[in-house]
Ligand binder design. Structure first.
Ligand code: GTP
Ligand code: SPV
Ligand code: MN
Length: 621
């Protein structure tokens, strides 16, 4: 076979021409160009977007979806993150936690190198230097990375999701201090996805700040800046340095236009549990004159204490949104539709596509799918008009189909979203999909009880393969798939960082998903109305309301919630504002087993658990 790899002299010329001067980055590229056997190397940044779009359109990798909008399908067995195949590897066995799927790096390194060797032959390797922070942030030293990828669509996603360009790596104080990411797609049709012979590996070598992902071109498996660096690596770095927390959190501002005051709220809900929707929230009509919600971030926040005033400040390290399409419409999330409007450069993945009209559609976009089926293809690329009878009711779009758009396109983007300092945090909220037990909101004022609440966060299994149907799947702080070091140490790090703040945020647990056990309807309308619960929390924080104390926190009195224009039955309202002590006592037994798995869990957390349990024992049924 002819050797098509670029010669070292060609590589030098390519990097010179791209203005990539950092010697450590150049060495990293040369090493992996050699291993993967890529035929061409191309350094790309934000300025290359329109050219890459043209090339991808010409190659049939993406399709036009109206003016300045694009569409792509991923391979049918490659439509979500794979948690089983995701590993944290380090040299130190003490880094093994319950959820981080830890393996020794000495064992993982050869497995990855073996799979990547020659696997990009005939392809271009795109070099994407990036920054996961607003420029100038004190956390920039942890935010610099370079992703190498052999997939052009991944480069298009990265340009939307992270700040990309050689300028982010050329002037480093320590030229070698950047996260080294290598993404090799592999032969997607022959990787045995989901079988015992699965060939995929998504490994973060956390103590080496190196990320090697093989065998996917989708989402968090392939855009290494986002999940692997922004969460898994950053969470490890934040702990190792003792400087910050990196969490799967949304981040918003709520402004009272009457007083000019803005509160900042961040918080974690497990994947596909409503972070993007909350961050893009348009106030309900009756509150729109008075309040405004501004978007800072929808999936990742890094939190640190600012020495200037001792408060917790948060940044969104991302530059874009990778949002769930399902159920996004004018009623639920008009802001999301604005973010993907003509001219935004949005890239849709795995929604339904009409090749005649270049329209896109997903379940919940409109109550019924388009009546005229001509030209429509489902997410697998099959014509809807040619579907066999048996497949007639299959969804047109994949349930995890998404849109990728830059922050600047989000209509409610905060004016100061790129502030290097970040914004001071007034409240930290946790929320999952729970069909019973969890009230609309319960506020927690004690630090250890707040951290305890985050550690016992869970969501009900959303599809049969994961967990028992209807049973809570614990997802501490919504970080279960991204936690890179042991849970006991994670809890201690939280207590230390938040505990060292001069002014602590209030905590709260929210739940938009309680259902009627008889007919399954959601008891709370959700979406835009969720602002009402947050406004109550801010009033509680400011001492304007008292709420009703319960063993698990303070819940609103019905009279304290602004419910003007809300369509809710009085029985449903009573249910979401009350605590079923008996049901909670059952939960406490499960929590005890959950927490007992975590070695070295701080005594403060156990004490918080015992306090809540004792209060529940003493509570009337
Ligand atoms: P990831 O990007 O996977 O981390 O998800 P996310 O937490 O950002 O979730 P997202 O906001 O995309 O919402 C996921 C799904 O939940 C979407 O289909 C939403 O329509 C739905 N959803 C969000 N908020 C609400 C709500 O308040 N009520 C109800 N019933 N559904 C909601
Ligand atoms: C999630 O799964 O929580 C996401 C999407 O935000 S992905 O980037 O695929 O991880
Ligand atoms: Mn997420």
């Amino acid at each position: 076979m002819m050797d098509t790899r670029p010669h070292l002299s060609d590589l030098t010329a390519t990097l010179d021409e791209a203005g990539l001067t950092n010697p450590a980055v150049r060495e990293f590229i040369a090493h992996w160009a050699e291993v993967t056997g890529a035929s061409r190397i191309e350094v790309v940044g934000a300025a290359d977007d329109s050219r890459l779009l043209r090339e991808s359109l010409a190659a049939g990798e993406i399709f036009p979806a109206g003016e300045g909008r694009y569409y792509a399908r991923s391979y049918i067995k490659d439509t979500a993150r794979s948690e089983e195949r995701t590993i944290v590897a380090t040299a130190n066995p003490a880094d093994k936690g319950v959820y981080n799927n830890w393996h020794p790096s000495g064992q993982m390194r050869p497995l990855l190198t073996e799979r990547m060797r020659g696997a990009s032959a005939g392809k271009t390797m795109y070099v994407i230097p990036y920054l996961m922070a607003p420029p100038g942030s004190p956390l920039v030293p942890y935010a610099v990375g370079v992703e190498l990828t052999d997939h052009r669509t991944v480069a298009l996603h990265m340009i939307r999701m992270a700040r990309c360009g050689v300028e982010y790596v050329n002037e480093l104080a320590e030229p070698g201090k950047f996260v080294r990411g290598v993404h090799v797609t592999g032969d997607l049709e022959n990787l045995g996805q989901g079988t015992p012979d699965d060939q995929r590996y998504f490994v973060t070598f956390a103590d080496e700040r190196t990320i090697l992902h093989f065998g996917s071109s989708y989402g968090g498996n392939a855009l290494l800046g986002k999940i692997a660096h922004g969460l898994r690596q950053a969470c490890y770095d934040g702990w190792a340095s003792g400087e910050f927390l990196a969490e799967q959190f949304m981040l918003i501002g709520v402004t009272d236009k009457q007083t000019g005051r803005t509160w900042h709220i961040c918080g974690g809900f497990p994947s596909a549990s409503g972070k993007t929707n909350l961050a893009m929230m348009l106030p309900p009509d009756s509150l729109g004159d008075r309040y405004h919600v501004s978007f800072y971030g929808d999936d990742i926040a890094w939190l640190r204490v600012d020495p200037a005033d001792g408060r917790i400040y948060a940044i969104n390290p991302e530059f874009g949104v990778f949002g769930v399409a399902k159920d996004t419409n004018e009623m639920t999330n008009p802001t999301a539709l604005g973010s993907v409007a003509p001219g935004t450069g949005v890239l849709f993945t795995n929604v339904a596509y009409n090749e005649l009209t270049q329209e896109v559609w997903w379940e919940g976009r409109t109550p019924q799918p388009p009546a005229n089926r001509a030209g429509w293809r489902d997410w697998k690329g099959q014509l809807i008009s040619e579907r066999p009878e048996a497949a007639a009711s299959d969804p047109w779009a994949h349930p995890n189909s998404r849109f990728t758009t830059t922050l600047a396109n989000v209509p409610n983007i905060a004016a100061d979203f790129a502030s290097p300092r970040g914004v001071p945090i007034d409240a930290i909220i946790f929320g999952g999909r729970t069909s019973d037990r969890e009230p609309l909101i319960r506020a927690i004022t004690d630090l250890a009880e707040g951290v305890y609440d985050g550690l016992t966060l869970g969501a009900e299994a959303t599809f049969a393969a994961e967990g028992v149907d209807g049973q809570l799947r614990y997802d501490p702080m919504s970080m279960r798939p991204f936690m890179s070091y042991p849970e006991g140490a994670y809890a201690a790090h939280w207590l230390r960082i938040i505990g060292s703040a001069a002014e602590r945020p209030i905590f709260a647990h929210v739940n938009w998903f309680q259902r009627d056990p008889a007919d399954g309807h959601f008891l709370w309308p959700g979406y835009r109305d969720n602002l009402r619960a947050l406004l109550w929390l801010m009033r509680l924080r400011d001492g304007l309301v008292e709420g009703v104390p319960t063993p698990v926190g303070i819940v609103p009195a019905a009279s304290e919630l602004d419910l003007e224009g809300v369509d809710i039955a009085p029985v449903d309202l009573a249910k979401i504002l009350s605590i079923d002590a008996d049901r909670w006592r059952t939960e406490m037994t499960r929590r005890e087993r959950h927490l007992a798995q975590f070695e070295g869990l701080p005594e403060e957390i156990w004490a918080a658990h015992r306090r809540v349990a004792a209060a529940l024992e003493a509570a009337p049924d």
